[in-house]
Design a binder for this molecule. Structure first.
Ligand SMILES: Nc1ncnc2c1ncn2[C@@H]1O[C@H](COP(=O)(O)OP(=O)(O)OP(=O)(O)O)[C@@H](O)[C@H]1O
Length: 584
C-alpha cells in the first residue's frame, strides 16, 4: 500500500463526498437486511394459518403488511445503492481525472531525454491503463469493501444470534470461496497483463505499419507484413484463450461453493427443525437468503485483494515517472528578457541515451541581430547546436552564454519564448493550417497568419486548397508536401516574432528558386534578430555575418563567406560544387 499513499491527497480533497458515500453504502446495506427476516415471518404466518392458529383474514393482513415492508425496504435499498454509486464511483472518476492531469502535466515538464529513453506506448499505457487500475481501487474497491464490511458486521452477528449452528455450517465454505477467488484473480491478472502487453505491441506494430505504408508498398513488403500480422494475431489468440480458460472457472466455483453452503443450511436447518431446535421452516428460508446475500461480498474479498494489488503495481509504475525530475531545471523564477547574444565557450556535448559525443570544444559568438550559418556533413553536430540553445539538453562541458549570462541562469520560459525554432523534421498537428501557424502566437489574426505565410512563400499553395487556411491536415500533415510542411513550419516561427531564430535545414525540401525567395524574406523578417541557420546549401551562408563548418563535432572552419572562399577547404569545395550544379 506504500505506493497508493500517493492517492491520499485526492482522498483528502474529496473527503466529504467519500464520507457521505460511505454512510449511504451502510444505509443501503441495512435496508437490504430487512428482506430475509420478513420472508421468514411470512413463512411463519403461513405455518400458523395451516396450524389454524390465526384466521385467514389475519393471515392475509399480515402477509400484505410484510410484503409491503419487503417492497419498501427493497426500494429504499435500491435508491441508496443508486446514490452510493453516484457518490463513490463519481469520486473515483474525479480522482482518475485529477491523476491523469497530474501525470500529463508532469510528462510535459520532463525533458527531451525522457521521451528518448521511454517508449511512447509505455507513456500512453501508464496514463490510461495504469490510471484505470488505480481508479478501480479509488472507487469500486472502496465501495464494495464498505458494502462487504457493513454486511459482515451487521449480518454475521445477527445470524449467530438467530441460529448459531446453522450459521457455523453455512459460513464454513465461504472463506474457501474467498481464497479461491483471490487465487483465480491473481492468475487472471497475470494472464490479462500478458494480453495487455501483447495489445500494446500490436498497436505499436499497427501504428508503424500504417505510418510507413508508403515504404511498405514501394518495397512490396505486404506479404511479409501480413505474415508478421498473422503471427501476432496467433500469439494474441493463444494469450486470450489462456485468459478465457481461467475466467471460465470464476462463476462455476462460486456457484459450487454457494451450493455447498445452501445444502448445509437445508440439511442442518432441517435436522434442527425436526429436533424442535428451531421454531419455523422460515428460518431455513431466511438463512438461504443470508447465504446468497453473503456470497458475492465474500467472493469480492478475494477480488478486492487482487484489485488493490494491481492498483499498487500500477501506482508504482505511475510514481516511477512522477518521481523523475526534469533533467532541465529552471533556476530563475523571475522573467529574464533576452537580447540575442549567443556565446558558445568550448562546448562539448554527449547524448545521454547513446553516449555519442556530438560536439567537441565548440566556440563561437553571435551578437544580437547577427546571422550565423552552420554547415557540415551529415551527423557533424549541426542540429545538436540548435538543441542546446533553447536548453532541450544541457551541455556536458564548457558553457553556453546568452547575453553574457550562463544559459542555465535564464528563466527557462523567457528563454524558450524568445526563440522561434524550425526543426529539420517539420511537425504539424492534425488541425487546420491556420491553427498550425497560430501555434506560434495564440492571438494571431488571420491577416497576420496570411502575412507570415506569404513571407514563407506558402500562401499561394494554401489558397489553392478548396478550404484555404481552414484545410485540416491529416496525421503529421500528410496532405502537404515536404516543402509545404517546411514552409508552414517557418510561418509558425515567423508569427512568433522572436528574438532568436533557429532554422534547422528547413529549406531542404524546397527548390532553389523558392529557397532564394524565402531567404530574402527571412533576411527582412530577421532584421535585428539573431539568426542561426543550419544548412547544406551555400546559398544560406552567402549573406550570413558568420559561418562555421563542422566536422565530427568540431569546428573546422570559421569566418564569413569571403574569408572562407579565400581558404582551401570544405566551404570552398561546397561553393564550387553547388555553383557548377547550378550552372549545369
Ligand atoms: N537525440 C539523439 N540521441 C542520441 N544521439 C543523437 C541524437 N541526435 C543526434 N545524435 C547523434 O549525434 C551526432 C550529431 O547529430 P546531429 O543531428 O547534430 O548532426 P547534423 O549535423 O545535424 O546532421 P544532419 O545534417 O544529418 O541533420 C550524430 O552522430 C547523431 O547520430
Amino acid at each position: 500500500m506504500k505506493e497508493l499513499k500517493h492517492l491520499n491527497k485526492y482522498f483528502r480533497k474529496y473527503w466529504f463526498k467519500l464520507v457521505i458515500g460511505i454512510l449511504i453504502t451502510i444505509t443501503a446495506r441495512v435496508f437490504q437486511l430487512v428482506m430475509p427476516s420478513y420472508v421468514a415471518k411470512i413463512i411463519g404466518v403461513v405455518e400458523k394459518y395451516l396450524a389454524a392458529e390465526v384466521t385467514e383474514t389475519v393471515a392475509r393482513q399480515q402477509l400484505l403488511e410484510y410484503i409491503g415492508i419487503i417492497i419498501g425496504a427493497a426500494l429504499l435499498s435500491g435508491f441508496f445503492t443508486f446514490l452510493m454509486r453516484q457518490t463513490i464511483i463519481n469520486v473515483s472518476r474525479y480522482i482518475e481525472y485529477d491523476l491523469k492531469n497530474e501525470v500529463f502535466d508532469h510528462y510535459q515538464r520532463l525533458s527531451l531525454n525522457f521521451y528518448k529513453t521511454n517508449r511512447t506506448g509505455d507513456l500512453m499505457n501508464r496514463i490510461s491503463e495504469d490510471v484505470t487500475q488505480v481508479r478501480m481501487y479509488a472507487g469500486p474497491a472502496i465501495m464494495y469493501g464498505m458494502q462487504t464490511l457493513t454486511l459482515f458486521v451487521c449480518l454475521i452477528p445477527l445470524m449467530f444470534i438467530k441460529a448459531p449452528t446453522i450459521s457455523f455450517y453455512a459460513l464454513t465454505p465461504l472463506p474457501v470461496l474467498s481464497v479461491l477467488i483471490y487465487w483465480i484473480s491473481r492468475i487472471i491478472h497475470k494472464r490479462s497483463t500478458r494480453v495487455q502487453v501483447f495489445l500494446s505491441d500490436l498497436s505499436t506494430f499497427a501504428q508503424e505499419t500504417f505510418s510507413g505504408i508508403s515504404v511498405i508498398k514501394a518495397y512490396v513488403m505486404e506479404p511479409q507484413i501480413n505474415q508478421q500480422a498473422q503471427a501476432l494475431a496467433l500469439e494474441g489468440k493463444t494469450k486470450s484463450m489462456d485468459l478465457a480458460k481461467v475466467n471460465a472457472w470464476f462463476f462455476p466455483l462460486m456457484i459450487l461453493l454457494i451450493g455447498v453452503s445452501n445444502i448445509f443450511v437445508i440439511y442442518i436447518g432441517g435436522v434442527q427443525y425436526l429436533n424442535g431446535e428451531i421454531e419455523s421452516i422460515g428460518t431455513i428460508a431466511e438463512f438461504i437468503l443470508y447465504v446468497n446475500m453473503l456470497t458475492w461480498p465474500v467472493a469480492i474479498v478475494g477480488w478486492l485483494t487482487s484489485v488493490v494489488q494491481r492498483a499498487e503495481v500500477s501506482q508504482k509504475r505511475i510514481n516511477e515517472f512522477l518521481k523523475q525530475a526534469p533533467d532541465i531545471q529552471n533556476h530563475s523564477d523571475v522573467e529574464t528578457p533576452v537580447r540575442g547574444k549567443i556565446t558558445f565557450d568550448n562546448v562539448g556535448f554527449i547524448y545521454p541515451d547513446t553516449g555519442i559525443e556530438a560536439l567537441k570544444d565548440v566556440s563561437f559568438e553571435i551578437s544580437p541581430g547577427e546571422t550565423l550559418t552552420i554547415l557540415g556533413k551529415t551527423g557533424s553536430g549541426k542540429s545538436t547546436i540548435l538543441e542546446l540553445i533553447p536548453r532541450l539538453y544541457d551541455v556536458s562541458s564548457g558553457e553556453i552564454r546568452i547575453d553574457d549570462r550562463p544559459v542555465e541562469e535564464l528563466n527557462l520560459t523567457s528563454l524558450r519564448e524568445a526563440i522561434g525554432a524550425v526543426p529539420q523534421d517539420a511537425f504539424l498537428f492534425s488541425d487546420t493550417i491556420e491553427n498550425n501557424i497560430r501555434f506560434g502566437k495564440e492571438d494571431a489574426t488571420l491577416d497576420e497568419i496570411r502575412e507570415v505565410a506569404k513571407m514563407a512563400v506558402v500562401d499561394t499553395n494554401i489558397e489553392g486548397f478548396s478550404k484555404g487556411y481552414q484545410t485540416v491536415l491529416g496525421e503529421r500533415g500528410i496532405t502537404l508536401s515536404g516543402g509545404q510542411k517546411q514552409r508552414v513550419s517557418i510561418a509558425r516561427a515567423l508569427i512568433k516574432d522572436p528574438t532568436i531564430y533557429l532554422f534547422d535545414d528547413c529549406l531542404s525540401a524546397v527548390d532553389t528558386e523558392t529557397e532564394e525567395a524565402i531567404l530574402s524574406n527571412l533576411k527582412k523578417a530577421s532584421q535585428g534578430k539573431t539568426t542561426v541557420i543550419v544548412s547544406h546549401r551555400i546559398s544560406s551562408a552567402i549573406n550570413a555575418d558568420k559561418v562555421i563548418v563542422l566536422e565530427n563535432g568540431r569546428i573546422i572552419q570559421a569566418g564569413n563567406h569571403d574569408e572562407l572562399l579565400a581558404q582551401e577547404g570544405y566551404y570552398k569545395e561546397l561553393y564550387i560544387n553547388q555553383l557548377s550544379e547550378k550552372e549545369s
